[in-house]
Design a binder for this molecule. Structure first.
Ligand code: NAD
Length: 487
């Protein structure tokens, strides 16, 4: 194995960013951040508590109440957002090495994340400049129009998978809308978020508009959710955390957007282009280490091609290269954290009594330390199995056969989640009919993962609440006041 790569110039410590300054926690509390390849703490991050959140929210509120940002012309805000996009894009190589080091994602998959993040800023810069609000006229009697206003201080809480990109997904529309923000990144992976402070400062974002508090969810996240001066929370993370946040938002009737877990089906009919379906379903669960909310982690295959599919799938899975995340040959790197590794390994063990193990099933040979899991394939998994029902969030897939379209639909819909679905068939009428009936917020027909930024993003059932994407994000971060005039 090549020697483990450690990026140059890692920060000596990771701090909060409040009102334009890098600061430690008021209490001095810190948390250890682990390198997923060695599981050694390589840096400490400030562990924010309620007092730090109070400070950040106060700065964001001042910037909202007294600062120029919410009232700036959309075009002026857009200029800042475009400068942010340029600065983000210029960091692609640096971001990729930091993200890979901190999260364990393969370097080839971390590269390009900055471009995706930059596109989010450019997209929302364009959208606010082009924003048109409704006006309704009753000739000679009434004029009614919509006055759109940013909601205030937005609390943004994000997970550890592709952390920087997912942060941009919330930061861009919140800032574009004129909100000020407090971001609470995931405690496992605070490294890449530490790039934001400089990016925003260089782009000319006024102090206090962007604030970042690191720390544990139960402390910093909880304080942000419960803060009375934060009228809305945009959350991405696990369903159980979302449920708790939902309850905690109730007291102040906060606006909420919830992007939660998934157990998405990939449905392969016998008439599908099997080569393409194989490529896609392998990518669907083994890219990003399987730590992907839209992972196609259940594959349903029509009986007549089931054996062939399983055999070819397992052979390909067994050849997926697991290794050091910084090695360009690596296809599956190290899982983010030992706690998460333990969780995934528990499911691998459970799976051995719930399905027929076709590939993987434990730690790959030759990788004695670090959070490595061999791409694991279980076939003949029944719908009541834990590995069929529960989100594993690792490189583990459950395959099951079906005999009819009705059965495929029933299986697809038989879980609590409803984030994504992937349909593989040559029959387009069937594809569209299935899409209509499948309980999923997003459906890909004979394709995967490409989406236009204007489309809605979000899940149904236990996978989320509300939709972001395009003007829906602007709707979330703004109030639409109706103004009525009698003529
Ligand atoms: P998590 O729920 O454990 O944590 C997410 C964030 O919430 C972290 O910043 C955490 O510190 C914070 N948090 C935890 N407890 C909190 C509390 N009581 N109050 C406030 N904040 C709290 O999720 P994770 O393990 O970091 O991320 C993986 C999960 O995210 C998976 O379930 C995955 O499917 C989901 N996810 C969903 C999407 C989507 O768009 N639907 C995208 C990415 C990830």
């Amino acid at each position: 194995m090549p020697e483990h790569y450690v990026p140059d110039n890692l920060p000596e410590r990771i701090q909060h960013y409040i009102d334009g300054s890098l600061v430690d926690s008021i209490s001095g509390a810190t948390l250890d951040v682990l390198d997923p390849v060695t599981n050694r703490a390589y840096v400490t991050a400030a562990a924010g508590q309620a007092a730090d959140v109070d400070r950040a929210v106060a700065a964001a509120k001042r910037a909202f109440d007294d600062g120029p940002w919410p009232g700036m012309l959309p075009r002026a805000r857009a200029r800042v957002l475009n400068r942010i996009a340029d600065a983000v894009e210029a960091q692609d190589a640096r971001l990729a090495e930091l993200e890979t080091f901190d999260t364990g994602l393969p370097i080839t998959q971390a590269l390009g994340q900055a471009q995706r993040a930059a596109e989010n800023f450019r997209f929302f810069a364009d959208l606010i400049v082009a924003q048109a609000d409704d006006a309704y006229k009753v000739p000679g009697r009434q004029l009614n129009y919509v006055n759109r206003k940013p909601v205030g201080v937005a609390g943004l809480i994000t997970p550890w998978n592709t952390p920087f990109m997912l942060e941009s997904w919330k930061l861009a529309p919140a800032l574009a809308s004129g909100c000020t923000v407090v971001l609470k990144p995931a405690e496992f992976t605070p490294l890449s978020a530490s790039l934001w402070a400089e990016i925003f400062a260089e782009a000319g974002l006024p102090d206090g508009v962007f604030n970042l508090v690191n720390g544990y969810g139960e402390e910093a996240g909880d304080a942000l959710v419960k803060h009375p001066d934060v009228p809305l929370i945009s959350f991405t993370g696990e369903t159980t955390t979302g449920q708790l946040i939902y309850r905690n938002c109730a007291e102040h009737l906060k606006g909420m957007s919830m992007e939660l877990g998934g157990k998405s089906p990939a449905v392969v009919f016998a008439d599908a282009d099997l080569d393409a379906a194989l490529d896609s379903t392998l990518f669907g669960v083994f890219s990003l280490n399987g730590e992907r909310c839209t992972a196609g982690s259940r594959i349903l295959v029509e009986r007549s091609v089931y054996d062939e599919f399983c055999e070819r799938y397992a052979a390909r899975a067994a050849n997926v290269v697991v290794g050091d995340p910084h090695d360009p040959a690596t296809e599956v790197g190290a899982l983010v954290h030992p706690e998460h590794y333990e969780k995934v390994m528990r499911y691998v063990e459970i799976g051995k009594s719930e399905g027929r193990l076709l590939a993987g099933g434990g730690r790959p040979e030759g990788l004695e330390q670090g959070n490595y899991v061999a791409p694991t394939v279980f076939a003949d998994v029944t719908p009541d199995a834990h590995i069929f029902q529960e989100e594993i969030f690792g490189p583990v897939v459950a395959i099951a056969p079906f005999d009819s379209e009705d059965e495929a639909l029933k299986l697809a819909n038989s879980v609590t989640y409803g984030l994504a679905a992937y349909i593989w068939t040559a029959d387009l009428t069937r594809a569209h009919t299935f899409a209509q009936q499948v309980q999923a917020g997003m459906v890909w027909l004979n394709s995967h993962n490409v989406r236009d930024l204007r489309t809605p993003f979000g899940g149904v059932k236990a996978s989320g609440l509300g939709h972001e994407g395009g003007y829906r994000s602007i709707d979330f971060y703004t109030h639409q006041q109706a103004v009525h005039i009698t003529l």
